[in-house]
Write a protein that binds this ligand. Structure first.
Ligand code: SAH
Length: 341
């Protein structure tokens, strides 16, 4: 698919096919500006030759929340539907992209895991989400409407390492959207060897760890990945990542009523991250009915944050956005989109 290629690669491809040299840039611009092949002003013979490789830009569904958050359901070329969520802040617009259709990680509280992994997204398909939403917001390739990207949609990005890192290179390419890695956040449940690899491969995106528990035993109850890697191993990997990149680490901690939200949990959590330059995002769990898990009430969540702060830990309560359109954390799920579409 042509979205998997940089400008230079598309120019080479165009030359190989015998097109005049300026056509490569023309094809690249059309794609990055989210034009479907019939909306581009490419000549008919070129259209015919690249049609199969040309992406298909289709918004299946667009839901706008009361708070302005927008959830997009986007159709990929093979018919799979992928969800992306746009959040508006005073500092800009953040697009939350999916890295897989479904997810293999099996976290008990997460709707993306309900049907397991369907397939990985390619680098181009992750980029496609940026292209479509940017266009929908009136942006162009050189006049981006999106300021930040978070890999926090469906899927585990480090379980799709090759495609995700290729996506990072493409989206940061100065011929393309020219994002800075500073404005990109990768969220992971903690696939430890891949955290080391990310640092060793020279990436410096903001790393966010979905922690959600303060002991390995407790973590195993909701997150199967905890059977493979301990919290200690994750924290060590974070220290390594920080040393290599200088980027402050973030943690996501969803408060589950009666399970991980006690005073002792706050104390344990503070102990775990001691000495690490980090920030903790606290969010009451969004209820997942299928699993009977409930979020901690709001007052208690604020008390948890205050407790952490009093222990010298930087923590804030994350605002939940797009709850009314099922676009909030952990609510993205392929099956519903299929029914709704
Ligand atoms: N697989 C990656 C990327 C998913 S990001 C990861 O685990 O980090 C989605 C974020 O939402 C993760 O932090 C995830 O743990 C969190 N999440 C999942 N279900 C949730 C729920 N019901 N309520 C609040 N957060 C949830």
């Amino acid at each position: 698919m042509l979205l998997d290629f940089s400008l230079k690669e598309i120019q080479q491809l165009a030359l190989q096919k015998g097109f005049p040299s300026f056509r490569g840039k023309q094809i690249f611009d059309a794609i990055m500006n989210g034009k479907n092949i019939n909306q581009s002003n490419l000549p008919k013979d070129i259209k015919e030759q690249i049609q199969e490789e040309y992406p298909n830009f289709e918004i299946v569904k667009k839901l706008v929340s009361k708070d302005g958050t927008i959830k997009y359901a986007l159709r990929m070329k093979d018919g799979q539907v992928v969800e992306s969520v746009l959040m508006s802040h005073d500092y800009g617009k953040t697009l939350c992209v999916s890295s897989q259709v479904g997810c293999a990680m099996g976290c008990k509280f997460c709707a993306s895991s309900l049907n397991g992994l369907v397939r990985n997204l390619t680098a181009g398909e992750i980029l496609q989400q940026v292209v479509i939403v940017n266009k929908d917001l009136g942006g162009m390739i050189k006049k981006r409407a999106i300021t930040n990207i978070v890999l926090m949609g469906m899927g585990e990005p480090l379980d799709n390492y090759e495609n995700v890192t290729k996506f990072l290179k493409l989206v940061c390419d100065e011929d393309g959207f020219n994002f800075s890695e500073r404005n990109i956040t990768l969220s992971t449940c903690g696939i430890v060897p891949k955290i080391y690899q990310l640092a060793d491969d020279g990436f410096s995106v903001t790393l966010t760890i979905s922690l959600h528990a303060t002991s390995d035993d407790k973590r195993k109850q909701t997150m199967p990945i905890a059977n493979a890697y301990s919290i200690k191993q994750i924290i060590d990997a974070c220290k390594y990542y920080f040393k290599k990149t200088g980027r402050r680490i973030s943690f996501e901690y969803a408060l589950i009523a009666g399970q991980n939200d006690s005073n002792q949990d706050a104390e344990k959590l503070a102990g775990l991250v001691k000495g690490l330059n980090c920030h903790i995002n606290i969010i009451p769990l969004n209820d997942v009915k299928e699993r009977g898990l409930k979020g901690t009430e709001i007052r208690k969540a604020y008390a948890f944050v205050e407790k952490l702060n009093s222990l010298g830990v930087t923590a804030t309560k994350r605002r939940s956005m797009g709850e009314d359109i099922a676009g909030a954390c952990g609510q993205l799920r392929q099956s519903v989109i299929k029914e709704e579409a």
